[in-house]
Ligand binder design. Structure first.
Ligand SMILES: C[S@@+](CC[C@H](N)C(=O)[O-])C[C@H]1O[C@@H](n2cnc3c(N)ncnc32)[C@H](O)[C@@H]1O
Length: 394
């Protein structure tokens, strides 16, 4: 990931920078505990956060993992501009591109908010969970140009790589979301998709709670699948195959099909490796056999009233655990150019938490950054509790 190591400096040097009209720096916030600052940066309305970590001999400036954009060139450009604007003395940098630059297809880089409206520009939709190198996703999109292919990948470099491939291949029918697929599924409309592909998910034999496939994933997948739609699992792990078979068997009004060593026209990197090792490949396909009712979900994650400095001071430092969710206010930052705060917070389901910033403005109003949480019941309950703890009304 692009970063700069710079000679320690007086960070008030940023104050003159932020006052300039077209500066990339928009806001600075200082951690209440520890030598860390957050810098809100951006250009043309695309904003994200850089962390400034202060060690004795060098300071590290890099993008945070919560708001990191997929466009690496944008991160490099912003780091270079900021260093120039503030006159930083660079000790080490990796922001000079050595490779030929291929811009990512940012039109197809989607955010959670893009799914909230429930508008999809194609009649036919397929999803791919954890597309990795993207070979299968790109192949499917080329083969089925009348279908929208939504790829959801939690690993940022894989999502970046596929967005570059989309630009090179000039494909128009792919959306890429860099997020936890288990969360996204819960906010998609019912009967949307004709296929959900899950190929070679990480088996997580020692931490099964991290597996993509689980009972709630399967019931959400069946709701999102249209009648006759398929959930296709492909795995080289006999253990995972047996585990998934058990979960698929519990589903109602479905049928499923099992195949061993079926060859597909496209072979992913993982599959190629397993084939070289002569491992068995299991294919488990679950067919949805009925339409699902639409589900009412509340998408209003706003806070209306104001936060006081007193309530900020009283935020509990440890995780708060409730029935089906938790809340952890990880760090609080004082904003330098206003009387507001930035609060780093994790919350929601224990296995698939959300990580966000709460931007608390000078007038006390609060917004999630970089995007609102996925609209599901657990997040809504956590959101309401966050509101109570901040002493605001929702
Ligand atoms: C073993 S790789 C397989 C990649 C690809 N499907 C293939 O066949 O080559 C599993 C992929 O799933 C992604 N992944 C794991 N958990 C995920 C989740 N909850 N949501 C989205 N992607 C996930 C990982 O980042 C990784 O790229």
């Amino acid at each position: 990931m692009p970063h700069l190591k710079v000679k320690p400096f007086d960070s008030q040097r940023f104050d003159a920078v932020v006052a300039k009209r077209d500066s990339v720096l928009k806001e600075r916030a200082v951690c209440k505990k520890g030598p860390k600052e957050l810098l809100l940066v951006g250009e043309n309305g695309k904003e994200f956060i850089l962390e400034l970590k202060k060690k004795e001999k060098e300071w590290l400036l890099r993008c945070d993992s919560v708001s990191r954009p997929l466009d690496v060139e944008l991160i490099k450009r912003i780091l270079a501009s900021l260093a120039k604007e503030a006159g930083l003395e660079i000790l080490h940098s990796n922001i000079e591109s050595t490779r030929e630059r291929v811009t990512i297809a940012s039109r197809y880089d989607k955010k959670i908010d893009d799914f909230e409206k429930g508008i999809f520009p194609y009649d036919r939709v397929a999803l791919e969970v954890g597309f990795g190198s993207g070979r299968h996703l790109l192949y499917q999109a080329g083969k089925e140009p009348d279908r929208l292919h939504i790829g959801i990948e939690i690993h940022t470099p894989s999502a970046q790589q596929v967005l570059r491939q989309i630009a090179l291949r000039k494909l128009e029918n792919i959306w890429v979301l860099n997020y936890d697929a288990r969360l996204l599924l819960e906010m998609l409309p019912s009967n949307l998709a004709e296929a959900i592909f899950v190929h070679f998910p990480v088996p997580w034999d020692k931490k099964p709670h991290r597996r993509v496939i689980g009972s709630s994933f399967v019931s959400e997948a069946l709701r999102v699948l249209d009648i006759d739609g398929i959930l296709e699992l492909r795995t080289d792990s006999e253990n995972y195959y047996r585990y998934a078979l058990e979960i698929f068997s519990e589903a109602k009004r479905v049928r499923f099909e099992v195949k061993k060593n079926e060859e597909l026209p496209v072979v992913s990197k993982y599959e190629a490796r397993w084939r070289r090792e002569e491992k068995n490949i299991y294919n488990l396909t679950l067919y949805s056999m009925e339409k699902s009712p639409q589900r009412e979900i509340c998408t209003d994650f706003s806070f209306c009233a104001k936060v006081s400095s007193e309530t900020i001071g009283k935020l509990p430092p440890d995780s708060l655990v409730f029935d089906e969710y938790f809340i952890h206010f990880t760090r609080v930052y004082d904003r330098v150019y206003s009387k507001g705060y930035i609060v780093e917070v994790s919350f929601g389901n224990f296995d698939k938490p959300e990580h966000k910033y709460l931007f608390i403005e000078e007038d006390g109003s609060v917004n999630y950054f970089p995007s609102r949480p996925v609209a599901n019941k657990t997040n809504m309950r956590a959101h309401k509790k966050i509101g109570e703890l901040l002493d605001v009304h929702q």
